[in-house]
Design a protein around this ligand. Structure first.
Ligand SMILES: [Zn+2]
Length: 50
């Protein structure tokens, strides 16, 4: 089973989809790579937002 990747728009990295917090259903970085926000960035966002 090949690894599915996602692209984090916040840190601009390609990450395994297991690391994603949320994915944009309408946004794709590449043909088969969904764009979203990774868990790391999501927790950073929460800290900043407070
Ligand atoms: Zn990120």
């Amino acid at each position: 089973m090949k690894e599915v990747m996602m692209y984090c728009v916040s840190c601009c990295r390609m990450l395994p989809i297991a690391q994603s917090h949320s994915l944009y259903k309408t946004g794709f970085y590449k043909h088969n790579v969904p764009a979203g926000v990774c868990k790391e960035c999501q927790s950073a966002l929460l800290v900043h937002r407070k």
